[in-house]
Design a protein around this ligand. Structure first.
Ligand code: BEZ
Ligand code: FE
Length: 329
């Protein structure tokens, strides 16, 4: 609609009961239909939240001070807003909505704040960790599409902590990447490398998000895991991780990332693999078969899920650029 044609009533004498519809009305000049829809729902939920909790001014000031502190501690390497989204369960929720997975494909999980763009490209068999205290681990994986065909030439970003539970970027004197690498899948879809057995670690909790967890009597720990990110044109970007079974935090991850399908046992290298990969028998072994989904399959599933979810809420929507907007026709 032409914004000049939208009739905006005078914004005065607004009350607890009519402020919401009026804020939505003045925001409706926005020509971007998707942004308009998001703002409409955001204002509706924020206002309902204040009305339902009977929010006091002091409480709202406390909330604003908290958000200010989250902003003040945030830098390129200290992403407190990502942490906040993670501990509120919003990161995993958004990932599940935006990257739906058909049965049999690899599920996604939280990205977290420790991915970097400076990992070195390594060759099959290279070691991505230089921590002498870590337990050496052989990692052998395959990568296929949903039809079971190997996917070649995928850029695979992998990262993990050292044996003390710290990522390289958490050290003040960091000279370069460690505990991270980039691999490419071969024509058989296989990629393999050497790493260390992951350990549990606390998310950064010396800031406002840590204080929030403490108030809520929540611990800050993540179970042992290794992160993987897969990118190839034509395939849905997959951000995932593998979690170790029977970790003490398997069922209480501070950021809600654990899924059964991503939980693995650490095995032992037998005689055959020992020869093939030139590691001693008994060496720790992690194997996994990843399954990537095409962009096409993902966008169809995303659109279908959107329709079903919004139908349930009684909302008529159409899909524009893959995302729902109100259907006013
Ligand atoms: C991580 O796994 O690296 C992570 C995820 C969420 C918050 C903090 C760390
Ligand atoms: Fe992590």
């Amino acid at each position: 609609m032409d914004p000049s044609q939208v009739k905006i009533p005078p914004m005065k004498n607004l009350t607890v009961d009519n402020i919401t519809e009026n804020v939505i009305r003045i925001n409706s000049l926005c020509e971007d239909q998707r942004m308009k829809y998001i703002l409409e729902r955001l204002v509706t939920h924020l206002h309902d939240f204040a009305r339902e909790t009977r929010l006091s001014s002091d409480e709202w000031m406390t909330g604003l001070r908290f958000l200010t502190e989250v902003g003040q501690i945030t830098t390129d390497v200290r992403q407190e807003y990502i942490l906040l989204s993670d501990v509120l369960g919003l990161s995993i929720l958004v990932d599940s909505i935006d990257h739906p997975k058909p049965p049999g494909s690899t599920e996604g999980t939280v990205l977290g704040p420790f991915h970097t763009h400076d990992a070195e490209e390594m060759s099959a068999g290279d070691s991505m960790s230089h921590d002498p205290e870590g337990e050496p681990l052989l990692v052998v994986c395959t990568l296929r599409d949903t039809e079971g065909r190997p996917v070649e030439g995928v850029k695979i970003d992998i990262w993990e902590t050292d044996s003390s539970g710290h990522y390289d970027v958490q050290y003040a004197g960091r000279e370069g990447p460690d505990g991270r690498c980039i691999m490419r899948s071969g024509s058989d879809g296989v990629f393999w490398f050497k790493a260390i057995t992951p350990v549990p670690y606390p998310i950064p909790h010396d800031g406002p998000v840590g204080r929030l967890l403490k108030k809520l009597h929540r611990h800050p720990y993540r179970p042992s895991h290794m992160h993987f990110m897969f990118e190839k044109e034509g395939y849905d970007h997959l951000i995932t991780a593998l979690y170790l079974r029977n970790d003490p935090y398997e069922t209480s991850d501070a950021v809600f990332g654990v899924k059964d399908s991503l939980t693995v046992d650490i095995g032992k290298v037998g005689p055959e693999l020992s020869k093939k990969y030139d590691v001693p028998e008994g060496h720790a072994l992690l194997t996994y078969d990843f399954v990537l989904v095409s962009d096409e399959e993902t966008s169809q599933l995303r659109a279908y899920n959107s329709k079903v979810a919004l139908d349930k809420l009684g909302r008529k929507v159409k899909i524009v650029n893959g995302l729902p907007v109100p259907d006013l026709d």
